[in-house]
Design a protein around this ligand. Structure first.
Ligand code: GDP
Ligand code: MG
Length: 597
């Protein structure tokens, strides 16, 4: 197929606005999949994605359709819709010439609509505004077209109106794609240059690399090179998804498809990398390849120490399929042997946890998530810190920096006050506020990521009765008045309970944790001191008084069986005990404190 007959496009939308449903309709109406074969939401093939209704990994499907005797190839590149996967979104957009900007005719413009639309504009894609769900009784397409104009500058006259559910308007949409999305440029005879925009792992074939060919042609059997690592491979198979894998002999400039090269680990395939020919005559690398940035870390521990190796196996299996997830062994006095895990964001963390639970039997304990901090010490050395207990003592710190994100929040105007109050409390700095029309506003704040991951999303949902939506992007690192807050039990630091917090909050948080932990610690033969401290400075103290009598003393007299029972109970409790210095604390106690936030 000549490049003039190829159209590469994606669908961008806020979650639940109908992206997957529209993809299904396009596959059906172009005859790529027959109605009988149609399994709803074909593109979301991971069971988990279907469950959660989100598209986690980008995919690409080639569709054929005929207009006036000419056959066109429409390549739909499915982008992940969530901010945690922003880097993957950006790589997918770089493979398209156009984007369908899909907005729900009832919900209107939402936070991710705006974030995704701006990203598409940055990539200079031709944007086709589409209003979906016009079959709904409460659809308000005219108002939504106006909101789109106010927030995104799209022309209301150009908005197509469709129902992805019934198929109404979808044929016109296909016409619009052919007419308005520019065909790709690029010379099939040039030097091979292709962008890796996704990959997944197949147990039988190894890594499957998704590419968009920018220049030249890649052929079966040839040698290729990944420019970021310089590694070379033979192309064993290549082809397109229609939507199952269909092998071809070559992929030329403008086309989208897959490569299989006998690569045994997904870790060797980098999203954003460039594929070219080996040797000195390779093409230039496309846009700098960026390593996935893990923004959120937490500890995962098996609640029963026996399950450590089982947990390790499960994590290894997951990492094979998701190179942006990272883990390393970690030992904790409180929780035993486990792993420190890094994620792209909160949603990514939730997804990984959920998969672990579904795919293994390990019962997990998770420590409170924290962000990555940047610390410059007195000697001028800068280090990234992934866990609070690694923060140096206060005297050694020159500057303590934390990640800041720009949050776009879209709310009905009645809730503006509540949302602003919330953002101020979370140390936000207001950047903008504008009306979108129809009584809705977009509020922009710069907020520390640590405050966002804590519970901002839930809080916004609850203070707007579910109507508020939030999206964020990384702005950078900024210095702040932060400290490491430690919890000591009879003078020994409990590593799993250290947190980083603002100095202004340290007293309150320290007191709360000390109090909670005191309640959870059983009495010992001696007094137990629970302290909160910043460096050597103690800011809160609670005391667990010494036990007055022997446990069994109260059942003096002959009741032996009751005595036995008590001792048995004590023994069982001991199984899950961890020693902090000479103090024994049950794992349940740690979990109670950790989950208390
Ligand atoms: P995504 O999160 O953007 O992929 O959204 P989905 O395609 O999963 O759709 C979210 C929900 O909206 C599903 O329950 C769909 O059945 C429904 N939906 C999608 N398109 C339409 C439409 O045109 N009309 C109606 N009434 N419902 C729709
Ligand atoms: Mg979907």
């Amino acid at each position: 197929i000549p490049t003039t007959q190829i159209r590469n496009f994606c669908i961008i939308a806020h979650i639940d606005h109908g992206k997957s449903t529209l993809a299904d309709r396009l596959l059906e109406q172009t005859g790529t999949v027959t109605t009988r074969e149609m399994k709803s939401q074909l593109l979301d093939d991971l069971a988990l994605e279907r469950q959660r209704g989100i598209t986690i990994k980008a995919r690409a499907v080639a569709m054929q359709c005929e207009r006036n005797g000419v056959t066109y190839q429409l390549n739909l590149i499915d982008t992940p819709g969530h901010v945690d996967f922003q880097y993957e979104v950006s790589r997918s957009l770089a493979c398209c010439e156009g984007a369908l900007l899909l907005v729900d005719a009832f919900q209107g413009v939402e936070a991710q609509t705006v974030a995704n639309a701006f990203a598409a504009m940055e990539h200079e894609l031709k944007i086709i505004p589409v209003i979906n769900k016009i079959d709904l009784i409460h659809a308000r397409p005219d108002e939504v077209a106006e909101e789109m104009m106010n927030s995104l500058g799209t022309d209301p006259e150009e908005c197509l109106r469709v129902s992805a559910k019934t198929g109404l308007g979808v044929d016109d949409l296909v016409d619009a794609i052919i007419e308005h999305v520019p065909p790709p440029t690029g010379d099939p005879n040039g030097t091979l240059q292709a962008m890796v925009f996704d990959s997944n792992y197949d147990d039988f074939r190894g890594a499957i690399t998704y590419i968009r060919v920018m220049e030249g042609t890649v052929r079966k059997g040839q040698k290729i090179q990944f420019l970021s690592t310089g590694s070379t491979h033979d192309v064993v198979e290549l082809g397109q998804f229609a939507p199952a894998r269909v092998a071809t002999n070559e992929l030329a400039a403008g086309q989208v498809g897959y490569l299989i090269c006998n690569i045994k680990s997904l870790g060797d395939v980098h999203i954003g990398d460039t594929v070219s020919i080996p040797g000195d005559h390779a093409a230039e690398a496309l846009l700098g390849y960026d390593r996935p940035r893990r923004m959120v870390y937490c500890g995962l521990f098996p609640s029963d120490g026996q399950d450590f190796s089982e947990l390790r196996d499960a994590l290894e299996r997951l990492a094979v399929n998701d190179p942006s997830f990272e883990f390393e062994p970690e030992t904790s006095d409180a929780l035993g042997f486990g792993f420190r895990c890094g994620f792209l964001g909160l949603l990514h963390m939730e997804i990984v946890q959920q998969r672990l639970e579904q795919e293994s039997d390990v019962d997990l304990v998770q420590t409170a998530p924290n962000v990555t901090y940047e610390i410059t010490n007195k000697r001028g050395e800068t280090r990234m810190i992934h866990k609070p207990q690694d923060v140096p003592d206060p005297g050694e710190i020159e500057e303590f920096r934390q990640p800041i994100v720009r949050c776009n929040i879209i709310v009905p105007e009645d809730y503006i006050g509540a949302v602003i109050k919330l953002c101020q409390e979370r140390r936000g700095i207001q950047k903008n506020q504008e009306y979108l029309g129809a009584g809705r506003a977009m509020i922009t704040y710069d907020i520390p990521l640590a405050e966002v991951i804590y519970d901002l999303h839930d809080k916004i949902k609850s203070c707007t009765r579910g109507y508020g939506t939030l999206d964020y992007e990384m702005v950078g690192y900024e210095a702040a008045d932060l400290c490491r807050l430690d919890i000591l039990v009879n003078g020994s630091r409990v590593d799993a309970l250290s947190v980083v917090c603002n100095k202004a909050d340290a007293d309150r948080r320290g007191r709360a944790v000390a109090k909670k932990l005191k309640q959870e610690i059983e009495r010992h033969m001696f007094e137990v001191a629970v302290q909160a401290a910043i460096g050597t400075r103690v800011i809160a103290r609670e005391t667990v008084p010494a036990m007055r009598k022997n446990v069994t003393a109260k059942c003096y007299g002959g009741d032996i069986s009751r005595k036995k029972k008590l001792l048995q109970k004590q023994k069982e409790g001991k199984k899950r005990m961890k020693a902090i210095g000479s103090v024994e604390i049950s794992q349940k106690a740690f979990m109670a404190v950790l989950s208390g936030g």
